[in-house]
Write a protein of this length. Structure first.
Lengths: 354, 407
């Protein structure tokens, strides 16, 4: 049975701010198998970026603090690794691309110098060889005339080009896992499609796993194998992508789908989820979604007891008192053991990518 | 639809715009170019260039020793025999800089490293091997000239060394200092030394005090500021208290105390000026690091697994250099002023020619005031400090996006 490449178990993170601690990540669990794509979806501030950053231990401590949980990468707990070992994981085993291509390249170095530094460090090659590798990886991401681009500065490139350079930089050391934090948010739609297509192609070629942070459900439907929906620092729904789109179990996920415009439906106004995202400093008691929920209907339980994630139907987890089958799932095995099977199913369906 | 509308090429007499090759230029290089583009910066740089030229070529410009001498059909170079290791290194550095400027393929940092290693190696070798003549019989060549044995002689433009007391021209009726005359364009100082010669050789102190003490200040300031800005929290708290303690130390009193108790050593003076001058630099670096450490490219550098050293000094520091350039150019001016002040108070170096020491003598000569001893070094100090300030101002303007875009 294949082991998950990355297994986040009950991760808890706090930020100690001047106005008291806030908890951007609570009891978050998710796992990614080799060659698979996990999409993490949610509104701004729901904790998805913090979860991604914590995998590479990029959360500054202080003010950040890891309260508990494990981040297992190939069986090793990344949270317990000494800084020196962590540095060899970063860049070589796990790479990351950031949301804003305009600011994620260092303005004072040429493209070639920037990528070559990491290549020299991780692959233990000389400068000449490193530049050759850089040129190849620029070629891989579809940059025309890579030799000339090597000597150019970031401000000479367009946004789409810079994001391609970021991807080339992340992939130059052939990582096993790529964390893409909203890689297409800052790009226009045609470039978005190109970048996602490129990521898919490179993922297939290298057998790399991808953790895709996004708030774009279209991107999720196109790219993901498994989806984790996050709301107010918790995972509220976790399922295979088809199951989630066919039968969303959590009212927040339903609300997200309702707010997508449909071709030819003839409605003037889009549905919205009423209310606003709660402030992390003062989350409501009980279910954090209840002030905005359409299912609640004055149920006192929603306002007092916070639901945990349960398997409400086979291989489909949700945290809602009103989800069908939620009460019956009370005694089920913890979520983690089942998650493996979810991804295994996806693997089977894909004809065995591994 | 008219016929003109379809398929008719627009008449145009202008030739097509030729493709210009894009020159890759870093942001910092752009700032430097914008700075040099300003008139005030050019004026400043011309003056600093003149000072630097005088500092490097001082022995060739002003010396009592002839450059070439032919006596009894034998050629000799008394000047070369008296040049010290420092003189030779400075002269050798000029062709090294020239060659390195032509090697465009190497990066600036690498060229700077090559320059430093070559000159330091040369200096060490020369210091160990070279033993210049120490007997300073300055008047012998003027005496030789009058005997008629000299077949040809090539003197420096100003034929006086700074410490040549002109003993052969002693005249009890005309005590030194002499006012400017045809022989001594800026007059002489109270011991009889030629002032122009002293001024030229004094450029060395002015240049080296400015650059070395600012260099010391920059190294300390960058290190402390980087630590405070990057780690923040407790490190920042402790660092800021350190900054406050050091900014409470009065520089001139510390210099006076050290000079009173220890040797009058130029390196101690440089070190003290540096150690008391880093606080401003540290504040600038801290502020920049606080801002930059949260930017995506810093996260990207960490996420690429680069070691802390590289993240701090390769990725953040070059982006934080801009305000430092401004503060460094003002720092150089401040250091020159501090040294001049010390020399003016009579606590500077004893044997080395220095502008401040000449200033001091303007009022020391028996109660009178010797205008030439005040004017020439005073103008030199004023112009040098002004030049550094002009460069600093131009850098600040070049760095200000609101100004650089509007002009």
């Amino acid at each position: 049975m294949p082991q998950p490449l990355l297994d986040i178990r009950d991760l808890n993170i706090a930020f100690n701010t001047a106005r008291g601690p806030i908890r951007p990540v609570r009891d978050v669990s998710m796992s990614i198998f080799p060659g698979q794509t996990l999409a993490v979806v949610g509104e701004s501030g729901c904790g998805k970026s913090v979860t991604a950053l914590s995998v590479l231990r990029l959360i500054p401590t202080p003010p950040g603090e890891y309260l508990g949980g494990q981040i297992l990468f190939e069986g090793r707990d990344l949270l317990k690794l000494p800084e020196r070992d962590m540095r060899s994981v970063r860049g070589r085993d796990i790479a990351m691309i950031f949301q804003e291509p305009m600011t994620s390249l260092n303005p004072v170095y040429t493209i070639g110098d920037q990528i070559a530094e990491a290549v020299i460090l991780h692959q233990k090659v000389g400068t000449k060889k490193a530049y050759k590798i850089v040129e190849e990886s620029l070629c891989d991401v579809g940059i025309a005339d890579p030799h000339r681009r090597l000597g150019e500065y970031p401000h000479q490139l367009s946004g789409g080009m810079r994001q391609r350079v970021m991807i080339a930089m992340a992939l130059s050391c052939k990582p096993k896992l790529l964390i893409a934090d909203e890689p297409t948010t800052a790009l226009d739609v045609t470039i978005q499609a190109q970048i996602l297509e490129l990521l898919r192609k490179l993922q297939k070629e290298n057998g790399m796993a991808v953790m895709l942070i996004t708030h774009d459900l279209g991107v999720v439907a196109e790219n993901a194998d498994t989806v984790a929906v996050m709301y107010a620092s918790r995972v509220v729904e976790y399922a295979k992508v088809e199951d989630l789109f066919d039968r969303p179990q959590h009212p927040y996920t339903e609300g997200l789908f309702r707010s997508i415009p449909k071709l030819g439906s003839g409605v003037d106004r889009l549905d919205t989820i009423s209310g606003t995202v709660p402030n992390p400093a003062k989350f409501p008691a009980g279910c954090k979604f209840h002030p905005r929920c359409v299912r609640m209907n004055g149920d006192a339980k929603c306002a007092t007891v916070e639901p945990v994630v349960r398997e409400v139907e086979p291989r489909h987890w949700a945290a809602c008192h009103h989800a069908a089958g939620y009460e019956n799932a009370a005694g089920t095995t913890p979520v983690l053991d089942y998650k493996r099977q979810v991804t295994l199913d996806v693997l089977d369906a894909a004809g065995g990518v591994m | 639809m008219s016929d003109l509308a379809v398929g008719q090429a627009l008449p145009t007499g202008a030739p097509p715009v030729p493709d210009r090759p894009l020159v890759a230029r870093s942001w910092l290089a752009g700032v430097v170019l914008r700075t040099v583009g300003q008139i005030s910066a050019r004026v400043g740089l011309v003056w600093i260039g003149t000072i630097a030229f005088c500092a490097v070529f001082a022995p060739l410009l002003a010396s009592s020793y002839p450059i070439l001498l032919r006596v009894d059909n034998k050629w000799s170079s008394p000047l070369a025999a008296h040049l010290t290791a420092v003189d030779w290194t400075l002269l050798a550095a000029v062709p090294v800089v020239g060659v390195l400027l032509l090697l465009k393929s190497l990066s600036f940092a690498r060229r700077f490293g090559i320059f430093l290693s070559i000159t330091l190696a040369l200096l060490t070798i020369l210091l160990l091997t070279l033993d210049p003549k120490r007997t300073n019989v300055y008047d012998q060549f003027r005496a030789l000239d009058t005997t008629g044995r000299v077949q040809s002689i090539w003197r420096t433009p100003i034929p006086y060394s700074p410490s040549d007391r002109l003993r052969d021209q002693f005249d009890a009726a005309r005590p030194h200092p002499w006012a400017p005359s045809r022989d001594h364009w800026m007059g002489t100082e109270i011991n009889g030394g030629d002032i122009l010669s002293n001024m030229i050789h004094g450029c060395r102190i002015a240049m080296s005090v400015g650059f070395i003490s600012t260099g010391i200040a920059l190294v300390i300031g960058i290190f402390v500021g980087a630590m405070m800005g990057y780690f923040a929290g407790v490190v920042d708290l402790v660092g800021m208290r350190l900054v406050e303690i050091f900014s409470a130390i009065p520089r001139i009193y510390l210099l006076l105390a050290f000079v009173a108790f220890y040797d009058r050593n130029i390196y101690i003076i440089m070190a003290i000026i540096g150690v008391t001058g880093w606080v401003g630099d540290a504040r600038f670096v801290r502020a920049e690091f606080l801002k930059l450490r949260n930017l995506d490219f810093v996260h990207a550098a960490i996420a690429a697994g680069l070691p802390l050293r590289s993240v701090l000094f390769r990725h953040i520091l070059p982006n934080a250099l801009a305000p430092l350039l401004v503060s460094a150019s003002f720092g150089v001016a401040g250091a020159i002023l501090a040294e001049s002040t010390l020399s003016f108070l009579g606590l500077g170096l004893i044997d080395e020619p220095s502008w401040g020491r000449l200033l001091d003598q303007a009022r020391a000569g028996g109660g009178g005031f010797h205008w030439w001893l005040a004017t020439f070094p005073g103008i030199a100090i004023f112009l040098t400090v002004l030049a550094y300030n002009l460069i600093g101002e131009s850098l600040r303007d070049a760095l200000d996006p609101k100004l650089s875009g509007g002009q």
